[in-house]
Design a protein around this ligand. Sequence first.
Ligand SMILES: *[C@@H]1O[C@H](CO)[C@@H](O)[C@H](O)[C@H]1NC(C)=O
Ligand SMILES: *[C@@H]1O[C@H](CO)[C@@H](O)[C@H](O)[C@H]1NC(C)=O
Ligand SMILES: *[C@@H]1O[C@H](CO)[C@@H](O)[C@H](O)[C@H]1NC(C)=O
Length: 210
Amino acid sequence: MHHIFFSFVVALCFGTRWAVAALTSGEIANSLNELAQQGFAAKELVLEINSTADAGPIPHIYTEIDTMVAVVLTDVKFMVNTPIITDQAEEQDVYEGYSNFIQSLLELMDALSGSAAQLKSINQTTKNRVPSEIRILQSAVDAYFYNIIGLFPANSSYNAQANNQKAQVDTHCFQAVWAFDLGYSNGNQATYQARSKSYVHSRWMKRGSL
Ligand SMILES: *[C@@H]1O[C@H](CO)[C@@H](O)[C@H](O)[C@H]1NC(C)=O
Ligand SMILES: *[C@@H]1O[C@H](CO)[C@@H](O)[C@H](O)[C@H]1NC(C)=O
Ligand SMILES: *[C@@H]1O[C@H](CO)[C@@H](O)[C@H](O)[C@H]1NC(C)=O
């Protein structure tokens, strides 16, 4: 699904030279808050599967994550033309949405870390599939957050705080992937992190790069 969507975006960028509209700060804040709800829902689902040990709903975790990725990538595309936000109240709105979404991702990653043993025991395919979903999500939100941080004036405290929170998401994603890897790999966390950083930091959708 991710790949199909990506091809669609590439076709839009390079094929049709379609003029892309900017998003308003209100639209960005709404989207962030909706993504946060989706993130919290995915977390609840993970915790429920962990406590019931019912493998049936596991595919819904992937669907929730794929949906977040699709929304995030669409927003990134539209944000390329969005100017820096100068109104303090608008900055505050976007920052609150951003913090909300970050919080949901931290809780989702912690839920996955704390449920890794159970998920792997009720369906072994989660061992590879969940880390792969996490990497796709992490890569998409990395580009998204970079663009959002770019909307805050460089000297604002929002900019500094948003950067700090973005780094926390990376750490929690690494921990979640690591939890699924435990007991199966001879590698250590440091080499894992080095490997995935080069993957994650392909900055093909960064602000202004298209
Ligand atoms: C998942 O379930 C196990 C076993 O019941 C429990 O020990 C663990 O704390 C649960 N994880 C979370 C994140 O609630
Ligand atoms: C494990 O998950 C995979 C992929 O979601 C599914 O195809 C398979 O049927 C599941 N196996 C069991 C035993 O539930
Ligand atoms: C940030 O820079 C702008 C323009 O250089 C200035 O007007 C504004 O007061 C600065 N804001 C802060 C919080 O330093």
